[in-house]
Design a protein around this ligand. Structure first.
Ligand code: AKG
Ligand code: FE2
Length: 213
C-alpha cells in the first residue's frame, strides 16, 4: 500500500499515542502524503461545486437544529460504500484506528466522517464533541486541507486545556486528534474559505451520526 504511514516506526506511534493519552490531544504534520491530499482536495472541490454540502446542525436527535450563530460550516457526510474515490483515505483512517487500538487499547470499533467547509466569516463556537445522552465518540480527528494557509487567514482550532489555550493552524495535510469527551474547543472565525475532513472514532458501530451533526 502506498501511504506514508507504512514507513512510520513503532517508536513514533508510541510517542503520538502517549501524547494523546497525556495531553488529551496530538498534532501530526504531513499525515497525508501528497497524492492522498490531492485526491481528497479535488473530491472536496467537486462536491462543493455540485452544491452537495448542507448547513451543519447542533445537538443530537430531537435536539438537532440549525443555528448559524453557533456554527457556520457546511458539511458533506462521507460513506465509504458510496464515496469510492476516497477509498485510500478510508484505508488510512482504518490503519490509524488499528494503531490506536494496538498502542492505546482504545477499543475503537468504527468511525464516522464528513467534509466541512467554513465560508469566509464563519466559525464554530466553543463546544465538546459528545452530545448529551450519546457518548459513542471516543476520539475526534480533523485533517486540514488548506493549501497556502498563512497567519491572518484565521480559522485556527482553539483547544481549551485546563487553564491554557492552544491555537492550532489548519495547515494542509495536518491531522489533529483529541479526546472527544473532555476537550472543549472552537473554530476561530476564518477570513478565507476553510476546508477539512472531520471524523469521529467510535466505541460502537456507526449508527445515525449523519443525522446527528
Ligand atoms: O475543524 C475543526 O478544526 C474543528 C471542527 C469541530 O470542532 C467539529 O466539527 O466538531
Ligand atoms: Fe468539535
Amino acid at each position: 500500500m502506498l501511504n506514508r504511514l507504512q514507513n512510520v516506526q513503532d517508536d513514533q506511534w508510541v510517542d503520538w499515542v502517549d501524547s494523546l493519552a497525556d495531553n488529551d490531544y496530538v498534532v501530526i504534520d504531513d499525515f497525508l502524503d501528497d497524492s492522498l491530499y490531492r485526491a481528497v482536495r479535488s473530491f472536496f472541490l467537486k462536491k462543493l461545486g455540485h452544491d452537495e454540502f448542507d448547513p451543519a446542525g447542533i445537538g443530537a436527535l430531537a435536539d438537532h437544529h440549525l443555528d448559524k450563530s453557533r456554527r457556520g460550516d457546511h458539511v458533506y457526510w462521507l460513506d465509504s460504500s458510496v464515496d469510492l474515490e476516497l477509498t485510500d483515505v478510508f484505508v488510512v483512517i482504518r490503519e490509524l484506528i488499528d494503531k490506536l487500538n494496538r498502542y492505546c487499547y482504545l477499543g475503537i470499533a468504527d468511525f464516522e466522517s464528513h467534509l466541512a467547509y467554513y465560508p469566509k466569516g464563519t466559525f464554530y463556537e466553543k463546544h465538546v464533541d459528545q452530545f448529551k445522552g450519546r457518548n459513542n465518540r471516543l476520539i475526534s480527528m480533523i485533517i486540514y486541507l488548506n493549501e497556502g494557509w498563512k497567519p491572518g487567514d484565521g480559522g485556527e482550532l482553539k483547544l481549551y486545556l485546563g487553564n491554557e489555550e492552544k491555537l492550532i493552524e489548519p495547515l494542509a495535510k495536518r491531522i489533529v486528534l483529541f479526546k472527544s469527551d473532555v476537550l472543549p474547543h472552537e473554530v476561530m472565525t476564518t477570513h478565507v474559505g476553510r476546508y477539512s475532513l472531520t471524523g469521529w472514532l467510535l466505541k460502537n458501530p456507526a449508527d445515525l451520526g449523519f443525522l446527528l451533526g
